[in-house]
Write a protein that binds this ligand. Structure first.
Ligand code: NAD
Ligand code: IPM
Ligand code: MN
Length: 350
């Protein structure tokens, strides 16, 4: 029996709680479907600064390089704010080191769950989109400098960086509703003009069968909440994708519902919920584990090629949502661990 090597990076705040949910789901999948997972837990983020004075220690990197897939909880918290060493540097480092340039953040609102949205039901019901966020370029990785009275963040994108992430978006669109919305700020920013030009060229050369539209990021934020059903695949640069995906999480009713897959040129991936370390609810068993569990379902699909198992996990999550076993962010009263327990029981019962 093949053994899959899974590195777990719990991190800070609610990170350890949600990462534990991911491990529990994978263990259950292993038992039910006859797979063997070897888990190795490593330090990242604030806890790694505390214990090793380094947000991304070398042994964490070595383990991630050797893994089939990585599960990450979250990093950061007020304790480390405005210090020179930051937990978030660990997250950027693991993404860069593994070459994970495409961050897939799916969002959908089932008709039966549309009432949980703070937006009007008829606007969100049936919305189904995939945000493809560029993850290793742009402002996050440009040169930074600082004097007493000024600060600079450099934003760089190359044609190659834009092309490879746009390709992921076009390929994904072909398997969905065949439409890509590329989001930029080409009316102001030079990297955005290169972005738009490059997406257009790639589209003309290889993907003219896919419908392509461009949108400016400011009005896109508005369209996302006024007509979300008109979008299928959205592709955008690092910073815009970060912001738009948190906005998109409002549609189903909680940021705790959205998972993500960060992928590169190989099959290896990093799987994490889109939310942060939620210091306000950490340590209270209130965190919604579903975003992490959806990430684990993508891990099964994209890194391990276990599609039936991913389907089973997705179905178990759906069943528990339908039963109304929900954490407080969705109006429920269940603890995070109770939601996980219910989902795991569904997997066993299927
Ligand atoms: P956040 O996503 O941590 O929290 C925003 C709000 O959403 C909070 O009210 C929180 O309680 C709630 N929330 C988040 N996840 C939830 C869940 N699973 N269940 C229920 N409620 C949930 O964003 P923030 O407060 O802006 O950031 C806090 C820290 O997290 C910062 O240090 C930030 O840098 C870090 N962060 C880390 C990641 C990551 O590790 N991937 C992502 C975003 C933010
Ligand atoms: C996310 C987070 C990170 C990002 C931070 C913590 C570095 O907000 O994963 O969405 O901006 O990429
Ligand atoms: Mn974010």
């Amino acid at each position: 029996m093949a053994e899959f090597k899974i590195v777990v990076l719990p991190g800070d705040g609610i990170g350890p709680e949600v990462a534990a949910a991911g491990v529990e789901a994978l263990k259950t999948i292993g038992e039910v479907y006859g797979h063997s997972f070897a888990f190795e837990e490593k330090l990242i983020g604030g806890i790694a600064i505390d214990e090793r004075d380094d947000p991304y220690p070398a042994d964490t990197d070595a383990a991630c390089q050797a893994a089939d897939a990585v599960i990450l909880g979250a990093v950061g918290g007020p304790k480390w704010d405005l210090k020179p060493k930051r937990p978030e540097q660990g997250l950027l480092a693991v993404r860069k080191s593994l070459g994970l340039f495409a961050n897939l953040r799916p969002m959908d609102v089932a008709a039966s769950q549309a009432f949980r949205s703070p937006l009007k039901e008829d606007i969100v019901s049936g919305a189904d989109m995939l945000i493809v966020r560029e993850l290793t370029g742009g402002l996050y990785f440009g040169k930074q400098s600082r004097t007493e009275t000024s600060a600079t963040d450099e934003c760089v994108y190359t044609v190659e960086e834009i092309e490879r992430v746009a390709r992921i978006a076009f390929e994904a669109a072909r398997k969905r509703r065949n439409k890509v919305t590329s989001v930029d700020k080409a009316n102001v920013i030079e990297t955005s003009r290169l972005w738009r030009e490059t997406v257009n060229k790639l589209h003309a050369a290889e993907y003219s069968d896919v419908e392509l539209e461009h949108a400016l990021v400011d009005s896109m934020a508005m369209h996302l909440v006024t007509r979300p059903k008109s979008f299928d695949v959205i592709v955008t640069e690092n910073m815009f994708g970060d912001i738009l995906s948190d906005l998109a999480s409002v549609l189903p009713g909680s940021i705790g519902l959205l998972g993500s897959a960060s992928l590169g040129a190989t099959g290896k991936g990093l799987y994490e919920p889109i939310h942060g370390s939620a210091p306000d609810i950490a340590g209270k068993d209130l965190a919604n584990p579903i975003g992490t569990l959806k990430s684990v379902s993508m891990l099964l699909r994209f890194s391990l090629n276990l599609n039936a198992e991913a389907d089973a996990l997705d179905a178990a999550i759906e069943a528990v949502i339908q039963k109304g076993i929900l954490t407080r962010d969705l109006g429920g009263t269940a603890a995070g661990s109770e939601v996980t327990k219910a989902i795991v029981a569904e997997i066993r019962a299927a």
